[in-house]
Design a protein around this ligand. Structure first.
Ligand code: G1P
Length: 302
């Protein structure tokens, strides 16, 4: 069962309260990870998986997102006048990446509602959803594997990460059955942010989904769930328990590098790791980091 997937949906209407005051007037998606806004990594990931039609679900105060992916003629001509070809190329990179569309969510009624806002744009093809808080290291491709699983099994595909049971209540969690492929499971049930000790497994849903368009109808019928919001997890649960609705739900077990830029500590870790690995910044930064750890961290009692 082959299907062509070309559309990516990126919900980006959240308030980013965990990063206040930085996010008072700046969307959280624009916070830099080294020297690129977090959202650009996510769009690059979609494009690398062959999805070059991107729809962002935005809200109030999200204009900087549109500006970032648009031309900035003034800046471009200033850099051209200076003969700064490198920086000019960096400025133009985000403009040439993909065709980006925007729709506003209006009322923030949850992730399921945000995805439903994409229905008129997506139409009747399978599509991907990428949550901006999760950065997946480009060296550990996940989305292309999920698209491959959808092409073979139909239905929807979620990305699963094995987490410490103490963390399960922060995620959607899946009940799973093994398949013949080591990194693919059949999802038999899903619970959004289960109370501590009640998760069906240690497999947490992370922010990548490949969804069957039939899920839009399920979302339309989904009542508000956890937090009074329309939950994508609840719609996927409906799909998982009755494959006649719009096919099965599978999970791809992700064992690669992922950074949760919605969490302040993880955000800092992502910056340190990615800066250390950069060819231009890495050598000097690693040297400083080594000294910093030796003098400041090892020297200070816990
Ligand atoms: C959302 C989903 C949750 C998922 C998580 C992954 O929650 O509702 O099921 O596990 O993303 O990051 P949020 O983090 O937006 O509260």
């Amino acid at each position: 069962m082959r299907s062509i997937i070309s559309k990516a949906v990126i919900p980006a209407a959240g308030l980013g309260t965990r990063f206040l005051p930085a996010t008072k007037a700046t969307p959280k998606e624009m916070l830099p990870v080294v020297d690129k806004p977090a959202i650009q990594y996510v769009v690059e990931e979609a494009v690398a998986a062959g999805l070059d039609d991107v729809l962002m679900i935005t809200g109030r105060n999200k204009r900087p997102l549109e500006d970032h992916f648009d031309r900035n003629y003034e800046l471009e001509s200033a850099l051209r006048r200076k003969g700064d070809a490198d920086r000019l190329a960096r400025v133009q990179e985000s403009t040439d990446l993909a065709t980006i569309h925007y729709v506003r969510q209006g009322d923030p009624r949850g992730l399921g509602h945000a995805v439903l806002c994409a229905a008129p744009h997506v139409g009747d093809q399978a599509f991907a959803v990428l949550l901006g808080d999760d950065l997946i290291d480009p060296r550990d491709p996940l989305l292309s594997r999920m698209i491959d699983v959808r092409a073979r099994h139909g239905g929807s595909v979620v990305a699963l990460l094995e987490v410490d049971p103490a963390q399960s209540h922060l995620y959607g969690c899946a009940a799973v059955e093994a398949t013949e492929e080591g990194d693919v499971v059949r999802v038999t049930g899903l619970v959004e942010k289960p109370a501590p000790g009640t998760a069906p497994s240690n497999y947490a849903v992370i922010g990548r989904y490949v969804l069957d368009p039939g899920l839009f109808d399920v979302l339309r019928r989904t009542e508000p769930g956890r937090g009074g919001e329309i939950q994508l997890t609840d719609a996927l649960q409906t799909q998982a328990v009755d494959e006649k609705i719009c096919g099965p739900v599978h999970g791809v077990l992700f064992r690669g590098r992922r950074y949760d830029t919605g969490d302040r500590s993880d955000y800092l870790r992502a910056i340190v790791r990615l800066a250390s690995e950069r060819e231009d910044l890495g050598p000097e930064f690693r040297g400083w980091l080594r000294e910093f750890v030796r003098d400041e961290i090892d020297g200070v009692a816990p």
